[in-house]
Design a binder for this molecule. Structure first.
Ligand SMILES: Nc1nc2c(ncn2[C@@H]2O[C@H](COP(=O)(O)OP(=O)(O)OP(=O)(O)O)[C@@H](O)[C@H]2O)c(=O)[nH]1
Ligand SMILES: [Mg+2]
Length: 256
């Protein structure tokens, strides 16, 4: 899905860094990291922990001590998912990784599906794990969560005018060049909004964005960090982007 992507030749993928942001994921981190290591043994893992009070950072350090493919980025305190990812992207690019992957710690994004995401990225600039394309599924989600998520994606898609079905998802693989080209400094948003922001900007910038069906599994352990504030932020920001885009288009047409 892009303006021009199909005939391009793509460079081989560089080394893969899977970035896992954590805030109070002590019950989950070991399992998800282990699954990534088995599913894609050549990939490296960066745990970006916001000084979790439950000791996730310490567990992460122990995992890193035993395995050269695991690193930990300790951050001062809870600043939101978006900021943690930006720090992780920056770290990864500085350390020479060619592919940066976003993955939740709670098992919702199955590491066993990562090879499919990476295969898709071989012919794209950005591969999005998608719940809302044919073949995509969700497991153990209450109806109201599905409604909110589908609704959020549909609202964003129509308002922002992008042909992406799952704009809010957080299981993604970026080529380094895509992130560099997008200029990360301007991304301010926190939760779902951060994901919408990146995906729609990548599409707008002309990058070839593909959606790969995934099976999203609701977290079994630990607490959700999804809050009313994060939801409200997403709603107003997406609305503001959509409105400003439309206004600009309208003004542009008048002048020509
Ligand atoms: N470093 C960091 N990680 C965060 C922060 N907020 C959330 N996360 C992590 O981001 C990932 C997604 O957060 P979740 O709480 O699972 O959000 P969600 O998937 O929308 O909510 P659930 O469906 O209830 O799981 C998890 O790995 C969290 O630990 C944060 O402020 N800082
Ligand atoms: Mg989750």
């Amino acid at each position: 899905m892009s303006h021009s992507g199909q005939q391009r030749r793509y460079e081989p993928l560089g080394t893969v860094l899977v970035i896992i942001p954590t805030y109070n994921e002590a019950d989950n981190i070991q399992s998800v990291v282990g699954r990534v290591r088995s599913a894609v043994p050549e990939a490296h893992v960066l745990i970006a922990d916001d000084n979790s009070p439950d000791g996730t950072g310490k567990i992460a350090d122990e995992l890193a001590a035993d395995d050269e493919h695991i690193q930990v980025l300790h951050r001062r305190g809870k600043e939101g998912l978006g900021v943690a990812y930006l720090a992780g992207f920056k770290w990864g690019i500085e350390h020479g990784y060619g592919v940066l992957v976003e993955m939740d710690a709670d098992g919702s994004h199955q590491p066993e599906e990562l090879p499919r995401l990476l295969t898709a990225l071989k012919g794209a600039d950005l591969a999005l794990g998608s719940r809302w394309v044919p073949g995509g599924r969700i497991v153990n989600w209450p109806k109201h969560r599905e409604f909110i998520s589908r609704g959020g994606s549909t609202y964003s898609r129509l308002l922002l005018d992008v042909p992406i079905r799952d704009l809010t998802g957080g299981y993604r693989a970026f080529r380094k060049e895509t992130l560099e080209g997008l200029g990360m400094d301007a991304v301010a948003s926190q939760g779902y909004c951060f994901q919408v922001d990146l995906a729609h900007r990548a599409y707008r910038a002309g990058y070839h964005v593909v959606e790969v069906p995934i099976t999203f599994v609701e977290r079994e352990r630990g607490d959700s960090k999804m809050s009313r504030d994060i939801f409200a932020e997403a709603l107003w920001r997406v609305t503001a982007w959509g409105v400003s885009r439309r206004v600009k288009k309208l003004l542009g047409h008048r002048h020509t």
